[in-house]
Design a protein around this ligand. Structure first.
Ligand SMILES: [Zn+2]
Ligand SMILES: [Zn+2]
Length: 284
């Protein structure tokens, strides 16, 4: 008991000294900050608290608290968060008129504020360590989606990252969507009903270069991405329930195109989870 206390005290002293010499730099506001202890997010709502907990090495206390989760009322299919906050979940106009291939899309938070900075730090500044935090947060959303009685309790058969074209992969050095799930096999192995769920790195292939979707409107996004994906020859998705993973959901054009390929190859159902989504359709 005494030994543990001494060990803990020494660790605290070591971390305090380390922080004094090497304070951390917030990836959102760029301010230097000291490592926070776990109790400082106790007063936050569960979603915000989890975000603050997992991002404590990357964001200052102020930025860690600005997370905006996706909250009901949302579109039951595409997960769009409605501006008016007093009705229940229902389908948005687009999903009523043009339902698309995916069965549902859900995201962790609004693509804004510190979450947007974290995604940018990962994708454009090579801060790969951020993916560890985002991966754990996204897994919490996965657990929430597949235990909710209104959705399917059993997890998907296959989890696939939205792929990058090989030229983009060489430029970036990694596929951020894969980094978001590469640790999931460990988590899934411990989750009953999900032991057979497979995370497959190269299940989908991006066949050609596509201009970045950011800044394009819905129509241009659809034509930009049309025919860009195919299924890897080693993957059989017939009758399989597939979950697609990406970092940002904007109009859904990219994931719809992936889902179309999967359905054409016999998939039974395609869901989508992303770390973030825009609060309005097509704005990124
Ligand atoms: Zn900050
Ligand atoms: Zn919708």
């Amino acid at each position: 008991m005494r030994k543990t206390l001494v060990k803990k005290t020494l660790k605290t002293i070591f971390l305090s000294l380390k922080d004094a010499v090497f304070p951390l730099k917030c990836l959102a506001c760029q301010e230097l900050f000291l490592r926070q202890t776990a109790h400082c997010e106790m007063d936050l709502a569960p979603g915000k608290g989890l975000y603050a907990h997992h991002t404590s090495l990357y964001l200052c206390e102020h930025c860690r608290r600005d997370f905006q989760g996706i909250e009901s009322p949302i579109c039951l299919r595409c997960g769009l968060m409605f501006k008016e906050r007093f009705s229940g979940d229902h389908l948005c106009g687009d999903c009523l008129t043009k339902p698309g291939k995916i069965s549902f899309a859900r995201a962790l938070g609004v693509y804004d504020r510190s979450l947007k900075y974290l995604i940018h730090a990962l994708k454009y500044r090579g801060k790969i360590q951020v993916s560890r935090a985002l991966s754990r947060l996204l897994y919490a959303l996965y657990c929430q989606c597949y235990t909710n009685e209104t959705m399917e309790c059993e997890g998907p058969d296959i989890i696939l990252p939205v792929p990058l074209f090989k030229k983009r992969f060489r430029q970036r050095g990694f596929n951020q969507a894969w980094l978001l799930i590469k640790d999931w096999p460990l988590f899934l192995a411990c989750r009953s009903g999900n032991e057979k769920t497979e995370c497959i790195k190269d299940g989908l292939v991006r066949n050609r270069w596509t201009d970045p979707q950011a800044g394009l409107d819905r129509k241009k996004r659809q034509s930009n991405i049309k025919g860009a994906f195919s299924l890897s020859s080693h993957l059989d998705v017939r009758k399989k329930h597939v979950l697609l993973i990406d970092d940002v959901y904007t109009t859904g054009a990219t994931v719809e195109e992936c889902a179309a390929v999967l359905m054409k190859n016999g998939a039974r159902k395609v869901d989508v989870l992303t770390v973030s989504r825009t609060s309005e359709k097509g704005v990124a």
